[in-house]
Design a protein around this ligand. Sequence first.
Ligand code: RB5
Length: 140
Amino acid sequence: MAKRIVLTSDHAGFRLKEFLKKDLIEKGYVVVDDNPVLEEGDDYPDRVFSAAPKVKHDQGIFVCGTGIGMCIAANKEKGIIAADCSMPKEAHLARAHNNANVLCLGARLLTRDQAKRIMYTFLKTSFEGGRHARRVEKLA
Ligand code: RB5
């Protein structure tokens, strides 16, 4: 079964999240948008605590102004390993070494093109396992 991509954002990340959602759908990804309606002045912890339980065995893309708030909140949720990435190399390593299942992006810090490249690097990279598996198991 195709993996679902669970999307969410606060007000600051909403437009970038919509842009990424459109691109994912065009490429055939199965997308679950947990926050499809823009709510000005909403709070990133509320958005994360609603979306994170839906990630389960799938992957999430969470967008706020910096990516930082989303990442802090997401890492409080059991089963979530979230990484705030500002370049494709970080996204690659977050998957390959840390087995991150949520990518956090900063809409106020990234161009749309940068965000897209980071996102697809994240989605196309597999966990390497091996010595990294032992380390990741210690996070549970
Ligand atoms: C909202 O203004 C902003 O603080 C939020 O999107 C995020 O950047 C927090 O980390």
